[in-house]
Ligand binder design. Sequence first.
Ligand SMILES: [Zn+2]
Ligand SMILES: [Zn+2]
Length: 269
Amino acid sequence: MGLCYFETLWRMSNNHRIVEWSINDGIFDVFLRTLMSRHSGAADPLGEVAHTFHDNLVYWRVLYAFHKKHHHEIPMLRPLAKQFPVLNNLVIAYEERSIVLQAARNEWTEMRQRCSYHQCQHHTEGTLLRQCSCRGAWYCSLNCQRKHWGEWHHKRCAAMDANNHGKTTPRDLHFIALLCVTHLRKNKDSILADILALDPSHRHLLSIGVNLQSPTIMHMVGIFQDRVPEETWLGMIYASWREGGEERTAPMQRAINLDDWEEKVELPL
Ligand SMILES: [Zn+2]
Ligand SMILES: [Zn+2]
């Protein structure tokens, strides 16, 4: 499969499963071969293809496909990456994101064993049988599903979101949220310094934007709104990534308690 063909397919579909399938079919090997023979004079689609790869590495399917097929090659690619910025960006993005894969799988399995209705939270050893059609909520009974729907899930259910077109699924959002939390944990000291510089007297609720659009994950702290003194001092996490080639920003349903920097384990449903 040629790189131009891949790019055309991607532009027409804007569906990250195309990228997953292409990786399984060996598109990255074609990418590398083309990179090594750059002076062949042919039109150079490498930059575009690298962007496509990179934008899609926030999707756990794409990352997992790449990980399964190429993780053992990464040590060999590092010296090569020093010569080629497009490859370097990919290696950086892969290494920063792939550390979350296992934790995300474990947490997702755990979630599928617990009734999503917060007043129930019944736990089972196997997967709960009743699943919402969005594949992002699970129940022990019809009763729990109905109650959860009425009280909360109808506002959140991805199956109800006409703008979503099935692109970023609840499981993708869960993965993106874990990428954010992992980044924030790793860079805790510098983020805390930014927060204290912005809001030294703890008078605001803050927004912490995590940008997953560049090879290295970045963040920015801003003021969200004034804080009621009795309420906890919180930082709300927002993520931005590229969905189908376009920027998308969404709240992550996770917040950091800034007083003691404890991450709440609310799930992005
Ligand atoms: Zn239940
Ligand atoms: Zn749902």
